[in-house]
Design a protein around this ligand. Sequence first.
Ligand code: BES
Ligand code: MN
Ligand code: MN
Length: 454
Amino acid sequence: MEIWNNYLEENKERFLEELIELLKIPSVSADSQFSDDVFEAAQFVKARLEEAGADNVEVCSTEGYPVVYGEKIIDDSKPTVLVYGHYDVQPADPYDLWTSPPFEPVVKDEKIYARGACDDKGQAYMHIKAFEMMMKTDSLPCNVKFMIEGEEEVGSDNLEQFVIDNKEKLKADIVLISDTSMIANDVPSITTGLRGLAYLEVKVTGPNRDLHSGFYGGAVANPINVLCDMIGQLQDESGKITIPGFYDSVIEVSDAERAEMAKAPFDLDRFKSSIGIKDVKGEEGYSTNERTSIRPSLDVNGIWGGYIGEGAKTVLPSYAQAKISMRLVSGQDPEKIADLFEKHFKSLAPNSATVEINRHHGGEPAVTPIDIPAYKAASKAYETTFGKVPVPQRAGGSIPIVALFEKELGLKSILMGFGLDTDAIHSPNEHFGLFNFYKGIETIPYFFKFFAEN
Ligand code: BES
Ligand code: MN
Ligand code: MN
């Protein structure tokens, strides 16, 4: 629509400047050193929502970081879109691998570089600006509610309670989220699935103190060797996870849907070269795309123990630790999978060592249907602004709140992500294309328009 295009053209620079201000706030939810900044980011979001024209804007306290809420109800007989996003970001470590400081945003080669540029400040901000655009041009087609939280990157632990306590306030017809990616700038896609997550921390303990590896080496089980051996047994040569019962409840994707998925363009060579690997590895019988979307996976996220300082210290360590996560697919329950893991992992321990296991936050997987009006509205929105029908595609990442919205509010979510897998989210030099930022702002109002029309 002409009025939207004009408004976007006239305000582009300001939109970007405002996003830069938000990106300067180091709202790292995982690190308490940044606690004040996380609260400051919430205030920033509140102020921008108010300026854009939202009513009843509040910073709602939780046991953890607050949820920013705002709404515009134009007509009770019209549908309501609940926009979800998060203003917290991942830690920026390791800082020395950034080419410019993570909280001093710079625009380079048509991309904005900063922690949170894509995940999710840049994408959440697109919604605030799209809303402003509809408000200031008097063209908001339906009701909208915003819920921008500050604990997504640490598992949204307090959000479940917030949702349960505010069911009336959050009443809506659909949830709209931009916190995923699309295939390429000329291959728009809509995310139709997210994996779940089970996350555990394990500790293998051997002798009651670090030992001289000459006196004891060869006669005493080394906890690091033991841990590595146990981890090695978690997957077999065909890439299957060996935990008994692990695959029992997996809902297999039909051959027809797999064939449909295989039509989405995917360049394996580009995939490999973009991350500097010579070859891929994974579960036999599945493509790379399938391995990262419709199949579960198991990864060690960190492992430590023994001496890692300079030089050689001859030591047989007392203990070894690791953080292990499993990405889950439809049918798999994070709690049950964590139970299975615990039981199996303990059974792998030799008598010479003891195992302790602690659980971190998890999340349920989610799939979103493509035959509902809201999906069709999203599809038409992309078609309007990209000139191409978007491809439905399942993602490998997790957004635990999506399953919760369904469970607690009975709401489906539409995942209109505008990032790219190459945006380095969670990594050094995270960035977000200006094309993507503006295209998101341009596309979102059409979702509102088409969704309100049916
Ligand atoms: N926005 C991501 C999830 C994502 C990104 C899904 C791209 C699909 C495509 C989200 O912020 C995230 O990082 N989630 C975490 C899980 C959370 C419990 C910490 C993840 O997937 O590791
Ligand atoms: Mn995110
Ligand atoms: Mn993230």
